[in-house]
Design a protein around this ligand. Structure first.
Ligand code: FMN
Length: 192
């Protein structure tokens, strides 16, 4: 495959899941923003690492409360997610939209009724960088749609049920094709 060096250090074509981060504002009402710079780390157990660039309400509230929810974005949540990712929490009235929110099960965080996979996260370490901040988090609870705990359904069926939306650093949203390509380890002998 012939390669070219690109001018921009981008992550175009590198897929990322999308999450809506929920925090409580100072007045106790919820705020949500859309985020994709999120991944996982291992620290005796599964953890989450999240990067928030610039100054924004979500970051202010995470710094203050040290907790937030990360709600997986699905196809049906996309219109709301796109709005919440393109409207500043500092703007009055951002949250005056139809949105179904309930309290987290373990932490004092707001969660979205419609998201099928939600992490309740507690920040254990914050790393301020040059305009961005990385938050290392312990997963204090996973709230999953009960359909996802139904072991009688195949993983493919459950992936179809979730219907996650991804992005890829090219300012577009994509659907996932939930067709399985086998399990980890199924392929390793194919190259020998
Ligand atoms: C698709 C998409 C992904 C985004 N991912 C991030 C991200 O990972 N980190 C970040 O700092 N901002 C990200 N943003 C921008 C925030 O969603 C935006 O700043 C929003 O206003 C945050 O909500 P808040 O102002 O209520 O805190 C993203 C926006 C979009 C549309």
């Amino acid at each position: 495959m012939e390669k070219v060096s690109l001018d921009d250090m981008s992550n175009k074509f590198c897929p990322q899941a999308l999450f809506l981060y929920g925090t409580y504002k100072e007045d106790g009402t919820p705020n949500f923003g859309l985020f994709c710079w999120i991944s996982y780390c291992w620290d005796a157990e599964l953890g989450v690492m999240a990067c928030i660039g610039g100054e924004k309400l979500t970051k202010d509230r995470i710094r203050k409360t040290k907790v937030f929810s990360a709600n997986l974005v699905t196809e049906s949540l996309l219109p709301l997610a796109d709005y919440l990712g393109n409207t500043e929490g500092y703007a009055a009235g951002k949250m005056n939209v139809p949105i179904e929110v309930e309290p987290g099960a373990v932490l004092d965080v707001p969660v979205l009724k419609e998201s099928p996979w939600i992490f309740e996260l507690e920040v254990i370490q914050s790393m301020p960088l040059d305009g961005g901040d990385v938050f290392l988090c312990k997963i204090r609870n996973v709230l999953a749609a009960k359909e996802l705990a139904d072991e009688s359904k195949s993983l493919e069926e459950r992936m179809k049920f979730v219907a996650p939306v991804i992005t890829a650093g090219i300012q577009k949203y994509f659907k996932l094709n939930p067709e399985s390509m086998g399990a980890w380890g199924d392929w390793k002998n194919a190259i020998l």
